[in-house]
Design a protein around this ligand. Structure first.
Ligand code: 5RP
Length: 239
C-alpha cells in the first residue's frame, strides 16, 4: 500500500466521527487534504457541517470542493478538529508545523472539544524530535529570539541547528506573517519542559509541540487502521 492510500484510509476512518451539524476544525497538510476530499463528497450527498480552516491553503481547497466555511470568530467553539501531524508519540504528544500552519492549527485545536490526529504509521515515534521542531517567531528581533531559543535548549541539555525556513529563496512567511525556525534538537526527552520554556520567550509566537490537545490518533499502516487513545485515557475538553 502506498503512502497516499494510508493517508486516505486514516482520513476515511476519521470521517466516521463526523456527525450532521458539527462545527469542524479542518487541519492542514497532505493528510488533512485527503480528509477534505472525502468530507466534500459527504457534503455533496447532504451532510451539513461548518468548517473552520487552519490555513489559507486548506480554505482554498474547501472552497474549491464546496465545503462550507466559517471563521473561528464566527464559530469560536468547535465540536471536533481533524488534523495531521509530523510526529505522534504514545501519549499523543505531537510535533506539528511541517506545513507552516502550527499557530492556527493550535488555536483551532484548543477551541475544539476533541482533536483527532490522522497519520500514516511513519509518523509514530517513541520519542519526539526526529522531525525538526517548527517554532513560529515574530520577524522583529529574530536573532535575539534565536539566541533565547538556543539558551533554553542548552538548559535542557538539547542542542542542534536552528534553521530559518525558506520558500522560493525568500524567508517563509506563515499565514500570520511570521517566520519559522526549524530546530533540529534531536530526541526531546522532556517535551513538556521544552514547551514551557519556549512559551516564556517573547519573540516565540508558538511552537509545534502539541501537548494534551489530541484525543485520539488514527494511524493507517500496511496492516490496516488503528485508533490510539491517549494513554491517560482522558478525552480532552479543552474549552
Ligand atoms: C501543517 C502540519 C501538518 O499536519 C503536518 O506537517 C503533517 O503534514 P502531512 O499530512 O502532509 O504529512 O502540521 O502545519
Amino acid at each position: 500500500m502506498d503512502a497516499r492510500q494510508m493517508k486516505i484510509d486514516a482520513a476515511a476512518e476519521a470521517l466516521r466521527h463526523v456527525e450532521n451539524g458539527m462545527r469542524l476544525g479542518i487541519g492542514t497538510g497532505s493528510t488533512a487534504e485527503e480528509f477534505v476530499r472525502l468530507l466534500a463528497e459527504r457534503v455533496a450527498e447532504g451532510l451539513a457541517v461548518r468548517g473552520v480552516p487552519t490555513s489559507e491553503r486548506t480554505a482554498r481547497l474547501c472552497l474549491e470542493l464546496g465545503v462550507p466555511l466559517n471563521s473561528l470568530d464566527e464559530l469560536p467553539e468547535l465540536d471536533l478538529t481533524i488534523d495531521g501531524a509530523d510526529e505522534v508519540d504514545s501519549r499523543l504528544r505531537l510535533i506539528k508545523g511541517g506545513g507552516g500552519a502550527l499557530l492556527r492549527e493550535k488555536i483551532v485545536a484548543a477551541a475544539s472539544r476533541r482533536m483527532i490526529v490522522i497519520a500514516d504509521e511513519s509518523k509514530v515515534v517513541e520519542t519526539l524530535g526526529r522531525f525538526p521542531l517548527p517554532i513560529e517567531v515574530n520577524p522583529f528581533g529574530l536573532s535575539a529570539t534565536r539566541i533565547a531559543i538556543e539558551r533554553v535548549a542548552t538548559q535542557l541539555g538539547l542542542s542542534g541547528d536552528i534553521v530559518q525556513r525558506a520558500h522560493n529563496d525568500a524567508p517563509f512567511r506563515t499565514d500570520g506573517g511570521h517566520f519559522i525556525l526549524d530546530a533540529s534538537f534531536g530526541l526531546i526527552p522532556d517535551a513538556e519542559a521544552l514547551a514551557n520554556e519556549l512559551n516564556t520567550i517573547p519573540g516565540v509566537v508558538e511552537h509545534g509541540l502539541f501537548i494534551n490537545l489530541a484525543s485520539y490518533a488514527i494511524i493507517a499502516g500496511q496492516a490496516g487502521v488503528r485508533t490510539m487513545p491517549r494513554a491517560d485515557n482522558q478525552e480532552t475538553d479543552t474549552r
